[in-house]
Ligand binder design. Structure first.
Ligand code: GDP
Ligand code: IMO
Ligand code: MG
Length: 415
């Protein structure tokens, strides 16, 4: 068997949670491979809203096993809180013993460093993601498996505090003493020990025994540490290749790749966004799309669909198809724009340059439509909406396989 993959195509918040939840009903295992609780995946089922940050969006399928892979940075505090939304997840959720810990001091470092950057700040979620991944790469991080021996881990962390005292002092971060730290680690162990496992073997066993696996990406391709709009990115590999290292899979284990993309575009935090609309249209997209972050509550910046960026992302990830999300948010617009090229130094280009900072969008206009909200079949869509979708397929060289017309699991068109 091969594992199918869901990946964000833009700057995150494309609606991955809805699609993973919908597809998860047909999968035996759902796995997260990167990111941390900077992710916010919203799922609506029967009018109830679930906000997931670390727990994979397969959790609402009573039969699926959920895996948090080695590539994730795990905040024990955040996941313990998140688990409280559900009945016991024992036997349903497993955390890789190799996943790095995102501890409270990581968030404090993240916030302190953002503050120091002033107007050059990245606009991170402040959740400690960058510092936790930095420690991993620096080989001074701690892993989930170490939670099983609280005393030993406590000593190691205290040693790390001592070695880095000067840095903590400069950033004006106070670190916990032995008693406080040990208390915290013992609590983490009590709550999380039953979930810590060798997930690499579990995923291999599942594949080898013919189980169906779905890999759930977090963030989006344009936030990728290598291929995104650096430095305004997150600190993990958000592209499909990252799912391999983040779970212990090899490239041959990956099956169908589906890119999740909004019918327009949003971004939270700072950094270039060529098709951002600063006028009434951008405001209206934000209002109709309820574009406020699931994790931080920040207003998302809004603009038009960027076909150049989407084609780039689709190629990077090897997308077999796209799921076009939030089509209904475009309902009622007279004119809908799509960025089809970039202008840079007076020249038009149709590829993604390494630096998006100075590009200007070149738009093509499409005629709007009245209503797609709640549509469940291709035939129900207005002619103009169908033309818009066909144009996106041509411009991005990728087929659209699913269309989403509301937050509800059922309001989805399969093509
Ligand atoms: P994720 O991070 O990619 O999982 O996306 P988020 O959950 O952060 O943001 C997507 C938001 O759009 C959520 O509030 C979803 O409930 C909502 N949503 C998903 N699909 C649709 C859709 O087709 N139409 C509308 N109106 N909302 C949608
Ligand atoms: P989901 O999975 C949207 C953004 C932050 C910031 C940058 C770096 O819900 O799509 P970080 O805290 O990761 O160091 O912040 O990345 N960001 C997201 N934007 N959706 C997300 O996740 C994001 N996770 C991080 O806003 O610009
Ligand atoms: Mg989100």
């Amino acid at each position: 068997m091969k594992a199918d993959l869901i990946v964000g195509i833009q700057w995150g918040d494309e609606g991955k949670g809805k699609i993973v939840d919908m597809l998860a009903q047909k999968y035996d295992m759902v796995c997260r491979s990167q990111g941390g609780h900077n992710a916010g995946h919203t799922i609506w089922v029967d009018g109830v809203r679930y906000a997931l940050h670390l727990i994979p969006s397969g959790v609402l399928n009573p039969k699926a096993i959920n895996i948090i892979g080695n590539g994730v940075v795990l905040s024990p505090e955040s996941i313990i809180k998140e688990m409280e939304q559900f009945d016991s997840l024992e036997g349903k959720l497993f955390i890789s013993d190799k996943a790095h810990l995102n501890l409270p001091y990581h968030a404090l470092i993240d916030q302190a460093k953002e503050k120091l950057k002033g107007d050059k700040a990245i606009g991170t979620t402040g959740k400690g993601i960058g510092p936790a991944y930095s420690d991993k790469i620096n080989r001074v991080g701690f892993r989930a498996g170490e939670l099983l021996d609280s005393e030993k881990l406590c000593n190691s962390i205290l040693e790390f505090f001592a070695q880095n005292r000067a840095i903590f002092d400069v950033l004006e971060i106070s670190t916990p003493g032995r008693e406080e730290l040990l208390g915290l680690l013992v609590e983490y162990k009590e709550k999380l020990a039953p979930f810590i496992a060798n997930t690499t073997n579990m995923v291999w066993d599942a594949l080898d025994s013919g189980k169906k696996i779905l890999l759930e990406g977090a963030q989006g391709t344009l936030l990728d540490i290598d291929h995104g709009t650096y430095p305004f990115v997150t600190s993990s590999s958000t592209v499909s290749a990252g799912a391999c290292t983040g779970l212990g899979l090899n490239p041959k284990d990956i099956g169908k790749v589906t890119g999740i993309v909004k019918a327009y575009c949003t971004r939270v935090g700072n950094g270039p966004f060529p098709s951002e609309d600063f006028g009434e249209d951008g405001k209206r997209l934000g209002e109709q799309g309820h574009e406020f972050g699931t994790t931080t509550g920040r207003a998302r910046r809004c603009g038009w669909f960027d076909a150049v960026a989407c084609r780039y992302s689709s190629r990077l990830n090897g997308c077999d198809e796209l799921s076009l999300m939030k089509l209904d948010v475009l309902d009622g617009f007279d004119e809908i724009k799509v960025c089809v090229a970039y202008e840079i130094d007076g020249e038009e280009i149709e590829y993604m340059p390494s630096d998006l900072e100075s590009v200007k969008p070149v738009y093509r206009s499409f005629k709007g439509w009245e209503k797609t909200e709640g549509a469940r079949s291709w035939e129900e869509l207005p002619k103009e909406a169908r033309e818009y979708i066909r144009a996106i397929e041509t411009l991005t060289s990728t087929k659209v396989g699913m269309i989403s017309t509301s937050p509800d699991r059922n309001d989805t068109i399969l093509l």
